[in-house]
Design a protein around this ligand. Structure first.
Ligand SMILES: [Zn+2]
Length: 89
């Protein structure tokens, strides 16, 4: 089932991510991967399990996140989350 969340706020971030050319994450929602990465980065989470995360993600919806790399999306989200953590201190 395709993701039903509102990802309108992060479309510009999504459009800058590399396209995933048929990798295992290709049909997964990269926007959700970004948001999960952001949340974990903000917590400075150190035990990261991308395999389990990608397995649990919904399929991609239309929009800038379509066919984007969930690996890149998670990493970008994680970095943005870590920066947010320090900016708020
Ligand atoms: Zn999503």
């Amino acid at each position: 089932m395709a993701c039903q969340k509102d990802h309108s706020a992060i479309q510009r971030i999504m459009s800058d991510l590399p396209t995933d050319q048929g990798g295992r994450g290709r049909h997964k929602c990269a926007a959700c991967a970004y948001e999960k990465g952001f949340a974990e980065g903000r917590e400075l989470e150190e035990n990261i399990d991308l395999s389990s995360l990608f397995y649990s993600l919904e399929d991609s919806q239309a929009g800038a996140q379509r066919h984007k790399s969930p690996h890149a999306a998670y990493a970008k989200g994680y970095l943005d989350g870590v920066q947010s953590y320090y900016e708020d201190r």
